[in-house]
Design a protein around this ligand. Structure first.
Ligand code: PSV
Ligand code: MN
Length: 430
């Protein structure tokens, strides 16, 4: 098969499925309509939803104990875009790619942009990597992010990190992106290693300087994380610090919530509500987690938590997903990375449809009446519903696949790219 997946390829591969789908949809829609659900509105909202794909997630992810590439990984940023285009052809819901510099460092941004545009792919938030040295800018050992970037004691290191962030914004402008995510690894590994206050003040100052470089229509995201790679303290360790940093950085700064960046048992849906309340919620990285920042498939561990989080988003968007920067931030050592992105995106689509089924008026009534049992019934009625035919219909309307993972396999995309790119190809990234 060709390296591009077209709507015709999908229709042909799913001819038999299409007949069953019609039956399933009619039955499913009739039952939901009887319960007073506006099925068309749910399908339209799922069809509208798009979740960015990170350039680092189309390659196999590694751990510090090893990496097991599976072949056919993209060798260039252009090939990463090709993989996201294949993903989007199947899901209809991954219309953007998020680059990570210098893992991605396109020599000709205009050509990359044209390549992506021809495939219907745009550029999401650009990510600035200052958590590892990059000899082309840090020089060979002359200067290092070992003790931090924006938080560093060394003015020269801070200056370099600010310049890198500004260069990433310039690249993003050339690509048509409108946001930068400044995720900082800065922190300490040892009590007493650095002053909490000093590090925080230096980061706030650095972010202000990066913010000053933003075009008027841009956003800058601060992304909190409690630990890793810093194992005693992170500068931007939780949503409160993230909010403070965003407020100190400037009016275009927003907070980004990565679902894996919370300590176990944190009430993430409440974090979402708090940030939304302040008007500083800006972005989302979807994944799942059992222990830490495990970057597991979305909804594979805590699907009910995901449902409650999406419900908070819908509450914030008054019945629709608010216009934030949404991205899957997963990473896998075992699965085919594209299959995981398909599963994660499908899970977001399913959860969105279920959250849209919640009768928010009834929920409010139950809350006003102090009736937690009824509130639970309202939530359960929605999250126990089988919305798969609605989600498949939303994908069909986007010319995408009814069964994206099955069709990915039927079309033999992995074998085709392995033949083209080789079995030893390894993508840049984690
Ligand atoms: C950090 O763990 C993170 O979640 C941030 O989003 C980074 O941008 C991404 O992973 C890749 O480094
Ligand atoms: Mn993230």
């Amino acid at each position: 098969m060709a390296l591009r997946i077209t709507a015709d390829d999908i229709r042909e591969a799913e001819a038999v499925l299409a007949a069953h789908h019609q039956d399933d949809l009619e039955h499913g829609a009739a039952r939901l309509a009887r319960e007073g659900i506006d099925v068309e509105a749910v399908i339209a909202e799922v069809a509208r939803c798009s979740i960015g794909a990170p350039s680092w997630a189309v390659g196999t992810g590694g751990t510090r104990f090893g990496r097991f590439p599976r072949g056919g990984e993209p060798r260039t940023t252009e090939e990463k875009v090709d993989d996201v285009a294949a993903l989007n052809a199947l899901t209809g819901a991954n219309r953007t790619i998020s680059l990570h510099v210098p893992w991605d460092d396109p020599a000709d941004p205009a050509a990359l942009r044209a390549h992506a545009e021809a495939l219907g792919i745009g550029f999401d938030a650009v990510n600035s990597n200052t958590f590892q040295d990059n000899p082309s800018t840090t020089g060979d050992g002359a200067i290092s992010y070992k003790f931090g970037s924006l938080a560093s004691n060394d003015r020269g290191v801070r200056k370099l990190a600010i310049e890198h962030n500004r260069a990433v914004i310039d690249l993003g402008v050339a690509l048509g992106s409108t946001a930068i995510t400044v995720w900082l690894a800065d922190g300490t590994n040892h009590p007493g290693q650095a002053s909490f206050l000093g590090q925080f003040e230096r980061v706030a100052e650095g972010l202000r300087e990066v913010h000053a470089h933003l075009p008027a229509d841009w956003r800058m995201f601060t992304e909190h994380k409690p630990f890793e790679p810093a194992f005693y303290s992170s500068v931007n360790n939780d949503w409160g610090s993230s909010l403070l940093l965003a407020e100190l950085a400037g009016p275009q700064a927003r907070c980004l919530v990565d679902l894996g960046h919370h300590l176990p048992n944190a009430n993430i849906e409440q974090v979402v509500s708090r940030l939304a309340m302040t008007g500083r919620l800006g972005g989302f990285h979807f994944n799942d987690s059992k222990y830490g920042d495990d970057d597991l498939t979305v909804g594979s561990i805590h699907p009910y938590q995901l449902f409650l989080i999406v419900l908070e988003l819908i509450e914030h968007g008054d019945g629709a997903l608010p216009p934030l920067a949404y991205m899957v931030d997963a990473s896998h050592n075992l699965k085919d990375p594209l299959e995981d992105l398909i599963q994660s995106t499908d899970q977001i689509q399913v959860t969105l449809a279920q959250a849209l089924l919640v009768d928010r008026d009834q929920l409010r009534e139950a809350q006003d009446d102090d009736d937690p049992a009824r509130a639970a019934e309202v939530l359960q009625a929605a999250c126990r519903s089988d919305v798969r035919p609605l989600v498949a219909e939303a994908r069909r309307r986007n010319d995408a696949a009814l069964d994206p993972i099955g069709t990915f396999r039927r079309l033999g995309y992995r074998a085709a790219v392995t033949a083209e790119r080789g079995s030893g190809a390894v993508a840049t990234g984690l």
